[in-house]
Design a protein around this ligand. Structure first.
Ligand code: ZN
Length: 282
């Protein structure tokens, strides 16, 4: 059998301008695809209609091109695994939702929690999804009454106490315990938006991604996504989680209000090389 060709991806959300932290992660993804003589796929993660803006979607394509990153498939160039905008991939997410519903892997949760509105975007260290105590688990029997996911939050029933292990290509061996490190997480929001975790696994599998390169703030999300992939019977990609870029004081650049956008640096006359010199060298 011939070896599987490498397929990596760039998956930014158009909720703001890309900054140095993004540049470093995407540059690493670009380098790894080149090193493996593989393909790079650009996916616009514009799932959240409230937070996504067309002008940021334009800007991220332009800024990454300016940096010198090239991709072989994407919303601007097309390709065989499109569409490459999450907002246009709803039928794929609905298929996955139905499968999870039919196998009893998810349940409708009527609990009202304001903070759940955050779950469509990638969780970070500080704003990780709060642990859900599993109060609505017995509602799994009501799942068959739902023809469509709208109206309640849908949660994935995690295997309490199971240790989820994987070896990250950069960070090494990882281990998380379901029920201790994370609880039943949302896969579909009450406002009828598929959650980040579900969309990512559906798209990575659908686009035949072989390695996911992203920031280390998403390590714990990987444990959740491995459970989802298993429940959906989808193949598992390799993972490479990049170190997060911090300033001299140790603050994550993404967390700073003045996080330097590529746009600003470019307008100030910085070259792509100067921007990339701010990245952590492995
Ligand atoms: Zn509930």
């Amino acid at each position: 059998m011939p070896p599987t060709p490498y397929r990596g991806r760039l998956a930014p959300s158009p909720t703001g301008l890309l900054h140095v932290g993004h540049a470093c992660t995407f540059w690493t993804a670009h380098r790894r695809a080149l090193r493996h003589h593989g393909q790079l796929i650009f996916r616009n993660e514009d799932l959240d209609p409230q937070r996504s803006q067309a002008r940021y979607a334009e800007a991220m394509l332009e800024d990454l091109r300016w940096l010198g990153i090239r991709w072989q498939e994407g919303p601007d160039v097309g390709g065989p695994f499109g569409p490459y905008r999450q907002s246009q991939r709803r039928p794929f997410y609905l298929d996955a939702w139905r499968k999870l519903r039919d196998t009893g892997a998810i349940y409708p949760c009527g609990c009202s929690r304001k903070d759940l509105a955050l779950s469509a975007s990638a969780p970070n260290d500080g704003d990780d999804e709060p642990m859900y105590p599993g109060r609505c688990r017995d509602k799994v029997h009501e799942a068959e009454n739902y023809e469509a996911p709208v109206g309640v939050n849908w949660r994935f029933h995690i295997p309490d106490g199971e240790t989820i292990q994987f070896t990250d290509q950069h960070q090494g061996p990882q281990s998380y315990v379901a029920g201790q490190d994370f609880g039943d997480f949302v896969v579909w929001r009450r406002d009828d938006v598929p959650a980040y975790q579900l969309a990512v696994v559906v798209d990575d599998a659908g686009m035949q991604i072989t390695e996911v390169v992203r920031g280390a703030d998403l390590l714990k999300s990987t444990a959740r996504q491995l459970l989802l992939l298993r429940a959906l019977g989808l193949p598992t990609p390799a993972y490479f989680h990049c170190d997060l870029v911090r300033d001299e004081a140790g603050t994550r650049l993404a967390k700073r209000h003045d996080a330097l956008s590529l746009r600003t640096l470019r307008e100030q006359g910085h070259t792509p090389d100067q921007v990339l010199s701010m990245c952590v060298r492995p």
